[in-house]
Design a protein around this ligand. Structure first.
Ligand SMILES: NC(=O)c1ccc[n+]([C@@H]2O[C@H](COP(=O)([O-])OP(=O)(O)OC[C@H]3O[C@@H](n4cnc5c(N)ncnc54)[C@H](OP(=O)(O)O)[C@@H]3O)[C@@H](O)[C@H]2O)c1
Length: 287
């Protein structure tokens, strides 16, 4: 059994994916804007991920923009049957790379069609509505209008499953009254644990939680506790951070981002790490 298989599986709607997946954001150019420095290296990361057994890949057409979706298509189409590509809509980039909201029904329809075209798909398996009331963290406010527009695109058969991203628990509850929500994608890691209660609530209801910035994102996790534990376990600090997430709750799906095959292989080897209950308690103090 490979390390990826050992990490187990969880449901995304009526699909089942391995808990160790891959996030493509790091494959675009600096600032997630423009093409990668090394296109062949980016394609190699995607091919290696799938060859190693990854069957859940996170992307967005606003990465680049359009870059990571086109890389996915070039590297992986025709897609393996078990591969679930999830994407996000609700934002756009301006000519300088700034991240702007794009929430009107027209914007969302355009974004779904852009994703379909650039990925080369007839239907998008999972589309997360990325809320942009504040680009950096969730802010309260009704999501009814954009989510209703996305649910209509689902009814037209362009989208199979819907998720939410950058949302508060109240917005998750509001969303679930409007349509089926199969996953929530929010900022969460060892040091950023605002969603602890939400994760447990979603686990009880069989809804996946997909932490973004699992390794700290643009500010990689660093702590003497993490380094000491990693050294003791003959692992790397990033592996310990991912191992903790795998243990944190059964509904957590990992999508660590990397532009390097070496880091990818390190990240997907994480299920071999054995974190004892005492080690988990030490890691808990990091929050
Ligand atoms: N919904 C949202 O709003 C949202 C926001 C952000 C991200 N996301 C999604 O979440 C995914 C994960 O987030 P992320 O990529 O921003 O951040 P991340 O996974 O927390 O961290 C990525 C950073 O860690 C480095 N890294 C990865 N593996 C490593 C390793 N084994 N050792 C050392 N450094 C390592 C990467 O550099 P290298 O390239 O050098 O490995 C990169 O700088 C993204 O790819 C994207 O798909 C979603």
């Amino acid at each position: 059994m490979t390390s990826i298989d050992k990490s187990g599986t969880f449901a995304l709607g009526d699909r089942t994916v391995k808990r160790l997946g891959y996030g493509t954001m790091q494959l675009a150019g600096p600032g997630v804007f423009g093409p990668p420095k090394d296109q062949e290296a980016a394609l190699a990361v995607l091919r290696e991920a799938v060859a190693a057994g990854v069957n859940h890949i996170d992307t967005a057409d606003f990465y680049g923009p359009h870059i990571t979706n086109k890389l996915i298509r070039q590297a992986l189409a025709p897609y393996p049957d078990d591969l679930v590509i999830d994407t996000k809509i609700g934002a756009r980039r301006d000519e300088n790379g700034a991240w702007l909201p794009a929430f009107s029904a027209e914007d969302l329809t355009q974004a779904v069609h852009d994703n379909l075209r650039n990925l080369g798909l007839d239907v998008l398996e999972v589309v997360n509505l990325r809320i942009m009331f504040n680009a950096h963290h969730p802010v309260e406010g009704s999501i009814e209008a954009p989510l209703t527009a996305l649910a209509e695109l689902q009814q037209q058969g362009l989208v199979r499953h819907i998720g939410l991203s950058n949302v508060t628990p109240a917005q998750v509850a509001e969303g679930r009254r409007i349509c089926d929500i199969v996953c929530v994608q929010n900022h969460y890691n060892l040091a950023h644990r605002a969603d602890d209660a939400l994760i447990d609530d979603l686990a009880r209801d069989g809804i996946a939680y997909v932490p973004f910035f699992p390794l700290g994102g643009f500010t990689p996790l660093q702590s003497s506790t993490l380094s000491a534990i990693a050294e003791r376990l003959d692992a790397t600090p990033m592996q310990v951070a991912l191992g903790w997430l795998l243990r944190r709750a059964p509904n957590i799906l990992l999508i660590p981002g990397t532009s390097s095959v070496a880091h990818l292989l390190e990240n997907i080897a994480v299920a071999k790490i054995n974190l004892s209950d005492d080690t988990l308690k030490d890691l808990d103090y990091m929050a």
